[in-house]
Design a binder for this molecule. Structure first.
Ligand SMILES: Nc1ncnc2c1ncn2[C@@H]1O[C@H](COP(=O)(O)OP(=O)(O)O)[C@@H](O)[C@H]1O
Ligand SMILES: [Mg+2]
Length: 271
């Protein structure tokens, strides 16, 4: 490889959204994309799923269509609908349809939140037919090779009624995400916040202690996202106890006793 090639490769690397790999997830994503298989990401909130998908979309050079699913989201929100525009009704593609037409990556975040009729649209797209029927326009779109469907959900806080049905989940290649191992997490927090690595290491250390309290009273452990917030506030000059209270205590629980438990742990570390 010539020097110029190396230089331009690293230029490309630098323009990608920053993502710190924690295992072989990048290779698995690339394989799934190349083999035209849909991908399911599972894991707690704030552990890097969304960042991972934007990194991979940029790396593969595909446009990304992200949809945050919620309980009012219907199939039409994904596929499209007729809208009145300047006295005329015109069909407007939804994000899923655009991804299929343009050959992009459609990422449905928290897919279990969406209405049931969404799975009806996803099923023909996630088997080897890779079809998107648009009933309203009478079209039957065949997904091109560079289309990919990625969905995510957080198994931690699913209501039984709201987990994915086996008939849906067994259509995906799946991978589990968790909080990054300490070294990677220090790297991430330092890079995202600009706070010195050693000081980030102390926060990551604290996080592992707080995460150990999960289950007793806490629904979910402190996320990497919150650690980044905490380090960002400290880097901007906020005293540590204030920053930790605002990012590692208040967002995690409303319960006074639980908050005090968390604070105790924090004071034992930084007190
Ligand atoms: N592996 C990682 N590489 C880079 N940043 C990360 C990573 N994991 C977490 N982050 C940081 O945590 C934040 C939250 O991650 P995000 O992808 O939004 O979480 P999720 O989609 O899983 O809820 C990101 O904005 C980023 O700052
Ligand atoms: Mg996300």
């Amino acid at each position: 490889m010539s020097d110029t090639a190396t230089a331009s490769d690293s230029a490309v690397e630098q323009t990608l959204p920053y993502y710190e790999p924690v295992g072989s997830e990048c290779a698995l994503f690339e394989q799934a994309y190349q083999q035209r298989l849909p991908l399911l990401l599972k894991g707690p909130t704030g552990c890097g799923k969304t960042r991972f998908v934007s990194h991979m979309a940029a790396k593969l050079g595909r446009p990304l269509f992200t949809v945050s699913c919620h309980d009012d989201l219907t199939a039409a929100d994904l596929t499209g609908r007729y809208l009145l525009q300047g006295g005329e009704t015109r069909w407007v593609d939804g994000p899923l349809t655009r991804a299929v037409r343009e050959g992009g990556i459609c990422y449905l975040d928290e897919v279990v939140e969406a209405r049931k009729d969404v799975t009806v649209v996803l099923h023909p797209l996630t088997d080897d037919r890779r079809l998107l029927p648009l009933e309203r326009t009478g079209e039957l779109l065949e997904a091109p090779d560079d289309f990919m469907l990625v969905v995510s959900y957080n198994p931690g806080y699913q209501h039984i009624l709201k987990s994915l049905k086996p008939s849906t989940r067994q259509r995906f290649v799946a991978m589990s995400f968790d909080f990054p191992p300490p070294k990677a997490e220090c790297e991430i927090v330092a890079r995202e916040s600009g706070l010195a690595y050693d000081r980030c290491a102390a926060l990551v250390n604290l996080a592992s202690r707080l995460r150990a309290m999960k289950g007793q009273d806490l629904e979910e452990g402190v996320s990497t996202r919150l650690l980044v917030y905490c380090a960002t506030l400290i880097a901007a000059g906020m005293p540590i106890l204030e920053a930790t209270q605002a990012t590692l205590v208040e967002p995690l629980s409303d319960d006074q006793d639980v908050q005090e438990g968390l604070l105790e742990s924090i004071k034992a570390t930084f007190g």
